[in-house]
Ligand binder design. Structure first.
Ligand code: COS
Length: 386
């Protein structure tokens, strides 16, 4: 399908695809097995200026937006969704600064992030604050010119590898949701440490750890926006990051579909390639149609965000929900087409199916996405007063 990419967008996509095929593909299985962070691939993305595609030119970026971010994420995820998330999660951690940071904060942090010299990470989730993002218990107490942070963030992507962390903490418990604030915390700050690397089902090359704050003192200038804005910072960040998760789903689904088509042409049963059977052709047709529909929705939501439209929660949630449900189905069907071989680690679709599952869970479960969409529909109708 023609999405009428500009010449620059085609160039970005092709460059990301080249890196994915030449640098990522040869090490995918090994890094998955060893659960090792893909630093070499990240360095290649950095030297090719792909970390700054969504950042303004004045901070060393390319001047694109969420759409460009999606293009790169999709190409990486076609080959390895774990690498796709290492890249996309850095943008998730950067968005609070980009959307709500002061000019001084942008000057200080964005150029290194755009150059890929520093990765970022986003710290919202806690043991008791997952879907219920407002239940955050980490505190930040003002003490003269500092804030002192205490608490533990859980399952933070890029934790330990990233240098810059945007963290949501409570500054005024009595105010509930309006008592949360967002902060920038740098790796190496005394009182800030990391938990053990988590052992995961999929996306195993990506790093997932706890962020542990024990009397961690940061300068008061590290608050993002004002006290009390933390929940809004988090929600608006997630709205703009969800097409990125959708594009992980689109890329991963496309990668699995490509493997399934190739395999069906090679595999001979009953004296002919299984691609000649209508049962297989119909499966491939559904996988391709669903993947393309997911891509169209993802691109449309990203373009809507980049147009500056502010009410995009529903569309971002739809893209994330649809693309990641499609991805789970397509990767499962790819394993089915491979049959017994698909279940073996020797073949790539086994990992792809494992990787797909997390997409329905992180950055808001697909049940939460349905809540967001449902509430938006009801609110919209109430506004129309019909
Ligand atoms: N943009 C702007 N404002 C938003 C918003 C958004 N997307 N979502 C909510 N808000 C505002 C609401 O308008 C409301 O403000 P008012 O009180 O002034 O009306 C306030 O925030 C509270 O909203 P709400 O009552 O809907 O909050 P809930 O506690 O019910 O939670 C959900 C809302 C479930 C949508 C939220 O907690 C969520 O997104 N959870 C999933 C979190 C997540 O994605 N976690 C993954 C880990 S991060 S990688």
């Amino acid at each position: 399908m023609n999405y009428f990419l500009t010449e620059e967008q085609q160039m970005i996509r092709d460059l990301a695809a080249k890196i994915a095929v030449e640098k990522a593909a040869p090490v995918v299985a090994e890094l998955d097995e060893k659960e090792e962070f893909p630093w070499e691939v990240m360095k290649t993305l950095a030297s090719s200026d792909l970390f700054g595609v969504y950042l303004p030119e004045e901070y060393g970026g390319f001047g694109g937006g969420v759409f460009e971010l999606c293009l790169v994420t999709e190409e990486l995820s076609k080959v390895c969704c774990g690498m796709g998330v290492c890249y996309a999660a850095s943008a998730l951690g950067t968005l609070p600064i980009l959307l709500f940071g002061s000019d001084a904060q942008k000057q200080k942090y964005l150029p290194d992030i755009a150059a890929g010299k520093k990765l970022a990470a986003f710290g919202l989730t806690e043991a008791n604050a997952g879907s219920d993002a407002a239940a955050v218990a980490t505190t930040a107490v003002r003490d003269n010119d500092s804030y002192v942070l205490n608490g533990t963030k859980q399952w933070i992507t890029n934790a330990g590898e990233a240098e810059v962390y945007t963290v949501i903490a409570i500054t005024d418990k009595a105010k509930g949701i309006r008592g949360a604030s967002a902060f920038i915390v740098e790796k190496g700050t005394p009182g800030f440490s990391f938990g053990q690397k988590e052992k995961k089902m999929g996306i195993r090359c990506s790093a997932t750890r706890e962020l542990v704050f024990q009397d961690c003192r940061i300068p008061k200038e590290n608050i993002i926006g004002r006290e009390g804005m933390g929940f809004i910072v988090a929600m608006k960040t997630l709205d703009r990051a969800r097409p990125g998760v959708a594009s992980q789903g689109v890329g991963l689904a496309q990668g699995a579909l490509d493997h399934a088509i190739r395999y069906s042409r090679e595999r001979v049963q009953f004296g002919q390639a299984i691609s000649s059977f209508q049962a297989i052709q119909h499966m491939l047709a559904d996988m391709a149609t669903q993947t393309e529909a997911a891509r169209a929705l993802t691109y449309a939501s990203a373009r809507m965000i980049d147009s500056g439209d502010d009410s995009i929660s529903r569309e971002a949630a739809m893209a994330k929900l649809f693309a990641t449900d499609v991805c789970m189905k397509v990767t499962t069907d790819a394993v089915q087409i491979f049959g017994g071989y698909g279940y073996m680690r020797e073949y790539p679709v086994e990992k792809m199916m494992r990787d797909a599952k997390i997409l329905q869970i992180y950055e808001g479960t697909n049940q939460i996405q349905r809540n967001v969409i449902g509430l938006a529909l009801i609110k919209e109708m109430a506004k129309k007063k019909v």
